[in-house]
Design a protein around this ligand. Structure first.
Ligand code: ACO
Ligand SMILES: O=CC(=O)O
Ligand code: MG
Length: 523
């Protein structure tokens, strides 16, 4: 039985194009086939984390050694996903969608996840924009009269990122329970666009976020098989790129690709959520896992380097693409110095990735497409990718992945203030419906905000001593929070954001994702 938001609130413009009877029936089928398994897998996450907290360790799985030693490869790439040297990410808001498709990037990661607040109008509006983007009819005239439409010629290939398994979508209910956000995002996009994309020489492509195990990948694979069968789309049409952005998933890269091998396109080094996950997993495992200021944890920290090296090695052994992550520096068209710094930082980051064997990488802004393109052009030459760079010499152990204590840097008073300031500003933006924001010339989204608040929690729990000699306590954090509130006086949603920050940074019971209590506060 389905109850939709339309019964409770004013219908959104154009939502009737998306929430059709056929689409809702398709979603109901997905929920009755997979809803219970999703719940079981979420429960397993807690069990595994409790075990890691007890032992202070994670390891490669003994039970899947055969998968790691056997000879297999993922399905070959479709034509429009063979060259992924530059991917632009961004929310599915209409203007940004058009700008992303026109940006010159090979791929647009159309984001219903880290960069999106799941307000119901963003969820449905995003699907409307995707529907029009797929059909290349997307246009917009702003209230100021500026017109946006697709340029003639090739546009970025669309790869849609649905929400992770943990988030509900309470505007739809199936059998009296809130819907699963991931199934709603995937299901609506697939139902409306899979056949259209195939007719246009593309396909239904997805990025899959925040998975913690190969069993979660198996669930996605079964969802794909079911969806393709239900709609009469050939098996193996879907392609999925999995974000390796949790520490347990780093121990199951091969198994995740194996589960999805008929639908897999690659793995992505989702560095920001990865950092968050490392802090979250080992938050109470003692000082060996305490990280210094967020800004000093770079991709050259030994544990981050081990993670990306293993990712490239694993992907290329299996014929899958290794996709780089996001440098957070954002250009500013009104400030040349900021832009020059961002271009330098992004160039360094992409140089490292291209040299390590990644097949392409992410940028957060259209003005960063050329620099990423130039770096990868330099390494790839005439080749569309570097799957042939197998990196056989790489060998990464469990200890390497967990070598957090070798991270250079220190915990400072400025770092604490920055964490509180960014956390509050970002949550306020998210509550207002904007899930990606430039704050102090850095891109902030749900993943980066999670780092800020998790780090504060970890510093309090471990009684970290700052460069000033002060010990981080809940009282100190609340003092800083009060100062930040004063500085941000007048910011929309400030009170709710500060209250939420207090909860997710200081509550005794660590909140799994800040978006869970934040979602309860919207609409
Ligand atoms: C950890 C992760 O998951 S990373 C991936 C998720 N995060 C993201 O995708 C963030 C993507 N980036 C963004 O959302 C934006 O770049 C922001 C919010 C950081 C900054 O956006 P703005 O403040 O609008 O930047 P700015 O004013 O410089 O934008 C200039 C133009 O570029 C456009 N633009 C900026 N970023 C993007 C983007 N990612 N995609 C498409 N267009 C973009 C703007 O819409 C604007 O267009 P206009 O000139 O037609 O008005
Ligand atoms: O999704 C990407 C990340 O870095 O997190
Ligand atoms: Mg992420």
């Amino acid at each position: 039985m389905v109850r939709s938001a339309e019964e409770r609130s004013t219908p959104l413009p154009d939502s009737d194009r998306i929430l059709t009877p056929g689409a809702t029936e398709f979603l109901a089928g997905l929920h009755s086939a997979f809803g219970a398994r999703r719940d079981e897998l979420l429960a397993k996450r807690s069990e595994r984390r409790a075990e890691a907290a007890r032992t202070g360790r994670l390891d490669f799985l003994p039970g899947t050694a055969e998968v790691r030693s056997a000879d297999w490869r993922v399905a070959p790439a479709p034509a429009d996903l063979t060259d992924r040297r530059v991917e632009i990410t961004g929310p599915t808001e209409r203007k940004m969608a058009i700008n992303a498709l026109n940006s010159g990037a090979r791929v647009w990661l159309a984001d219903l996840e880290d960069a999106n607040t799941p307000h119901w109008d963003n969820v449905v509006g995003g699907q409307v924009n995707l529907y029009d983007a797929v059909r290349e009819t997307i246009e917009l005239t702003t209230p100021e009269g500026k017109r946006y439409k697709l340029k003639p010629g090739r546009h970025a290939t669309i790869v849609m990122r649905p929400r992770g398994w943990h988030l509900d979508e309470r505007h739809l209910e199936f059998d009296g329970r809130p819907a699963v956000g991931a199934l709603v995002d995937f299901g609506l996009y697939f139902f409306h666009n899979a056949k259209e994309l195939l007719e246009r020489g593309s396909g239904p492509y997805f990025y899959l976020p925040k998975m913690e195990s190969h069993l979660e990948a198996r669930l996605w694979n079964d969802v794909f098989t079911h969806a393709q069968r239900e709609l009469g789309v050939p098996h193996g049409t879907i392609r999925a790129t999995v974000l390796i952005e949790t520490i347990p998933a780093a121990f199951e890269m091969e198994e995740i690709l194996y589960e999805l091998r008929e639908h897999a396109s690659g793995l992505n080094a989702g560095r920001w959520d990865y950092l968050f996950s490392v802090i979250k997993y080992f938050r109470d495992a003692g000082e060996d896992f305490v990280l210094p200021d967020r800004n000093s944890v770079t991709m050259t920290a030994p544990f981050m380097r081990s993670y990306t090296e293993l990712l490239v090695r694993t992907c290329h052994k299996r014929g899958a693409f290794a996709m780089g992550g996001m440098a957070a520096f954002i250009p500013n068209r009104r400030d040349q110095d900021v832009t020059a710094k961002a271009l330098d930082k992004v160039r360094d980051d992409k140089n490292r990735e291209a040299g390590d064997g990644f097949d392409g990488s992410w940028v957060a802004h259209p003005d960063l497409v050329p620099v990423c393109q130039e770096v990868f052009d330099g390494v790839l030459g005439d080749k569309p990718n570097q799957l042939d760079k197998t990196r056989d010499e790489v060998s990464v152990t469990a200890d390497d992945l967990l070598n957090v204590s070798a991270t250079p840097g220190s915990a400072t008073d400025a770092g604490l203030r920055a964490a509180v300031d960014v956390g509050v500003r970002y949550i306020a933006s998210w509550l207002g419906g904007n899930g990606a924001a430039a704050i102090h010339n850095l891109m902030e989204d749900a993943a980066t905000a999670e780092i800020s608040r998790a780090q504060v929690w970890q510093w309090v729990r471990n009684g970290v001593v700052l460069d000033t000699g002060a010990t981080v306590t809940a009282e100190l954090v609340r003092e800083v929070l009060a100062e930040v509130r004063k500085e941000l006086d007048g910011l929309a949603h400030l009170d709710a954001a500060a209250e939420l920050f207090d909860q997710v940074a200081l509550a005794d019971d660590f909140v799994d994702f800040l978006t869970l209590p934040a979602y309860a506060k919207i609409d």
